[in-house]
Design a binder for this molecule. Structure first.
Ligand code: RB5
Length: 152
């Protein structure tokens, strides 16, 4: 599976650790930067690249890191077809995919350590959307809201 990943300065170190971990677990990682540590870079620039990669099918899932995960998720949610959330627990990492078809996960590198980030990430990558009628019905409702409110 192809997975895109990106981070600003707040998530830079954890991104590099996660890339090694994800690759070791057999996933094909597309690194969208930052490629060097720049304390003045801005999270929307990297969140946009990851969200577009998922949106256009270059990658199936995306991971974005910043200090809190919040700015990354706000940005990614602006892209039609992208369903992103901040997840700092292992339950949400799987349940968000299984019930809500989350395709982008956002992590706050100033909040969680690398071991927890790895476990959450693995849950996110391994999980699949469960096509039960209640989950499909809710997803359709989300998609209807998206269609009504997004212009492009
Ligand atoms: C950058 O210092 C920080 O504000 C950013 O990484 C992130 O936490 C935003 O949500």
């Amino acid at each position: 599976m192809k997975v895109s990943i990106g981070a600003d300065h707040g998530g830079f170190k954890l991104k590099n650790e996660l890339i090694k971990f994800i690759s070791k677990n057999g996933y094909d990682v597309i690194d969208k930067g930052a490629y060097t540590f720049n304390p003045n870079d801005d999270y929307p620039d990297f969140a946009e690249l990851v969200a577009k990669s998922v949106q256009n099918g270059e990658s199936e899932k995306g991971i974005i890191l910043c200090g809190s995960g919040v700015g990354a998720s706000i940005t990614a949610s602006k892209f039609k077809g992208v369903r992103s959330a901040v997840c700092h627990d292992t339950y949400s990492g799987s349940q968000g995919v299984e019930h809500d078809d989350m395709n982008v996960i956002c992590l706050g590198a100033r909040i969680i350590g690398s071991t927890l980030a790895e476990k959450i990430t693995l849950n996110f990558l391994k999980s699949k959307f469960i096509e039960e009628s209640r989950f499909l019905r809710r997803l359709e409702k989300v998609q209807k809201i998206e269609l009504e409110n997004f212009n492009t």
